[in-house]
Write a protein that binds this ligand. Structure first.
Ligand code: DX5
Ligand code: ZN
Length: 221
């Protein structure tokens, strides 16, 4: 299975979002990753449904929302109406994970569970049947450009084993770069989110291709 590449808009130039989206889309990105932060679950603020609505109008690839907020449920309807195709919520903050995931699915959107670096894999175990994908954080959420936490590779591997027999997408987010993409893909990651490695590169198309090649190459070895 080839690994999908999802540029994270957090590292884009926010004064020229439409242009940035057009560039990574033309460069072959598979999904557009949107980091929604509330300044409470994480010490940073980004954007919400009104901006996502505008982005949807200028983006043809699927929108992938990562909700770093303490209360995600009220955002789901608006994001679904804006055209978002996947929504991930954090296991660390949601009190009724089963209900929240079902609520996302009811809107016809793929429901994902995100997990922070220090949260044990077992916190996800009972939620797996109700999730359409997993989002493994390989940095502490809140900011782009942080250093990849290498223990995340083993975590992805454990999650892939837990989901054996199921075609579940495992997305990895944080510090993803060509030097860890192969290890992540080998461990079982099927989508790689990258912010600074793509938007910080002089040629975004080349950066996406490099990530894709790195992820695929290790599978062939
Ligand atoms: C961090 C976000 C990431 C971030 C990744 O909280 O969830 O999506 O944009 O950025 P890089 O790839 O620069 O670590
Ligand atoms: Zn993210």
């Amino acid at each position: 299975m080839s690994v999908r590449i999802a540029p994270s808009l957090l590292s884009a130039d926010f004064a020229h979002l439409a242009r940035e989206v057009a560039e990574v889309q033309a460069a072959g990105a598979d999904l557009l990753h949107l980091d929604i932060m509330d300044g409470c679950f994480v010490p940073n603020l980004t954007f919400g449904p009104p901006v996502v609505h505008c982005l949807a109008a200028c983006c043809e690839i699927p929108l992938d929302a990562h909700l770093m907020v303490v209360n995600p449920d009220p955002l789901v309807g608006e994001l679904a109406a804006a055209g978002v195709r996947r929504i991930a919520i954090h296991v660390e903050v949601v009190h009724h994970l089963h209900r929240s995931l079902a609520g996302i699915r009811q809107h016809g959107v793929a429901a994902g569970v995100a997990i922070n670096p220090a949260t044990p894999v077992r916190a996800l175990e009972d939620a797996l049947p109700f999730a359409d994908f997993l989002l493994v954080m390989s940095v502490n959420p809140g900011f782009g450009g942080q250093t990849f936490i290498p223990e995340s590779v083993a975590k992805v591997h454990r999650l892939r084993e837990l989901c054996a027999g199921r075609d579940l997408d495992i997305t990895v987010d944080g510090g993803v770069a060509p030097d860890n993409a192969a290890r992540l893909a080998d461990a079982g990651a099927t989508t790689l989110v990258a912010g600074s490695a793509i938007f910080g590169a002089p040629n975004r198309g080349r950066a996406i291709e490099e990530l894709r090649r790195s992820a695929a190459g290790d599978h062939l070895r």
